[in-house]
Design a protein around this ligand. Structure first.
Ligand code: HEC
Length: 403
């Protein structure tokens, strides 16, 4: 089992590495095309059906890009598609979620004080919520409610806020924000997979067959693409939020998440306007700063912690081990001055990374992390500030491995 913990830590790193790289590729190409699209201008001497063009310089060469709204007279045989950036991001993201939150459900996904879930129930809720998200979103877009773009945006925002609140009612705060990110990112990737690319394929097939494609396909794809544009930044915030307990471990974490989506709109609005060369709406930064300040204020509400914490079955096993009493002594002596509700360590105002190591339940619950951070690696205590002894580390290792 202990080799398993190390192996899984590395698998997690590898999958995360892939996920970050594919996400950079997806978001990068998406930002590039948004800016390109907004910057296109009509020019004299453009081919007949071209709607705009742009000159760019990059990496020692000049690029001359022309956009055809529907299509050029003759479609080239070789078309470059942009879809795998998105698919690979979703696939690697789901794999990462499975490694961290499904395989580590007892550590990261389930909080028995929030809801008493078995692992399979928690995983089922997680997967079902992603499927539900896409179906609900897609139905709203296709319904008559979706005809007016502003009304549609407000409805979708309401859906996101309800989900933000809902996730905090079933999962740990950390998993709740991460799930809201996954919920949103699933909608974005499905937009590419289920709508944008299929519509594009219909248009290409029509053109190849000499038919005139229906303009509605382009309009729908553009609408979904606009949603993706505004959702990108909030998704990144939510994906990174698990590093910031102030964001996820506050009573108002769901409200913080709701506000983040508004910042996605204010920030994108600035860049979209600028790239379209329609001026610089500086007020958007004022609005962004005001929302951010509200988030900071909300984060100061402490999360209510039960005195008596419930232990998952895994934690119960670690607490029942013969070495447990000694382990508690070591951890309380070497770690709890920092990893406490109210840390005694000068300059610390909360438990770093929301890792609490005070009570028996805390310590049993974090067995794997204690093993990885202070047993086999010496990442903790930082700089060995609390003078941990080699024998103490050996005992932590023996405790974890005996289970
Ligand atoms: C002097 C204060 C201090 C002491 C003592 C200390 N820690 Fe930490 N711990 C920190 C800080 C600061 C961080 C956040 C590090 C970072 O930002 O990556 C942290 C992070 C962690 C994390 C989360 C790591 C992650 O990236 O998610 C774990 C787990 C942890 N500590 C366990 C322990 C254990 C076990 C001990 C005792 C053997 C211990 N710590 C002792 C300050 C301390």
């Amino acid at each position: 089992m202990y080799e398993y913990a190390v192996l899984m830590a590395w698998v997690e790193f590898a999958v995360r590495w892939v996920h970050v790289i594919t996400a950079i590729a997806w978001i990068g190409s998406s930002f590039y095309f948004i800016a390109l699209d907004l910057g296109l201008r009509k020019a004299a001497g453009m081919p007949d059906k071209a709607s705009g063009e742009e000159w760019q310089v990059h990496g020692g060469g000049f690029y001359h890009i022309q956009k055809y709204m529907v299509a050029p007279d003759r479609l080239p045989d070789d078309l470059t598609w942009f879809k795998w950036e998105s698919y690979a991001t979703w696939l690697s993201g789901f794999a990462l979620m499975a490694v961290v939150y499904y395989l580590g459900a007892e550590f990261y996904l389930i909080d028995l004080n929030v809801m008493e879930l078995a692992i399979w129930q928690a995983v089922l809720i997680s997967v079902a919520s992603l499927v539900f998200g896409w179906i609900a979103y897609d139905l709203i877009c296709k319904s008559p409610l979706g005809r007016d773009n502003t009304r549609l945006m407000i409805l979708l925002y309401a859906l996101l806020v309800v989900m933000a609140w809902g996730y905090t009612q079933v999962f740990t705060g950390r998993a709740a924000l991460l799930h809201l990110g996954a919920f949103t990112a699933t909608i974005m990737s499905a937009n590419v997979f289920m709508v944008i690319i299929p519509n594009q394929k219909i248009v290409v097939a029509d053109l190849k067959a000499g038919r005139v494609p229906d303009a509605k396909y382009g309009v729908i794809a553009k609408q979904r693409s606009t949603h993706n544009n505004y959702l990108t930044l909030p998704v990144l915030f939510l994906m990174l939020s698990n590093h910031y307990p102030l964001a996820f471990a506050s009573e108002y974490n769901w409200l913080i998440a709701a506000l983040v989506f508004l910042m996605g709109v204010t920030i994108r609005h600035f860049f979209n306007t600028m790239h379209a060369k329609r001026g610089m709406p500086w007020w958007t930064w004022g609005a962004t700063a005001a929302i951010f300040a509200a988030i900071v204020a909300l984060s100061m509400a402490p999360m209510f912690r039960e005195e008596e914490q419930a232990m998952t079955p895994a934690a119960q096993r670690f607490a029942a081990a013969p070495q447990f009493e000694e382990v508690v002594g070591i951890v309380q002596g070497r770690c709890a001055m920092c990893h406490a509700e109210d840390p005694a360590w000068d300059g610390l105002h909360w438990a770093p990374k929301a890792v609490h190591l005070e009570t028996d339940a805390d310590i049993a619950h974090h067995a794997r992390e204690i093993y990885l951070q202070a047993g086999i690696s010496h990442a903790m205590p930082p700089g060995n500030l609390s003078w941990m002894e080699a024998e103490e580390r050996a005992l932590l290792v023996a405790w974890f491995r005996s289970n």
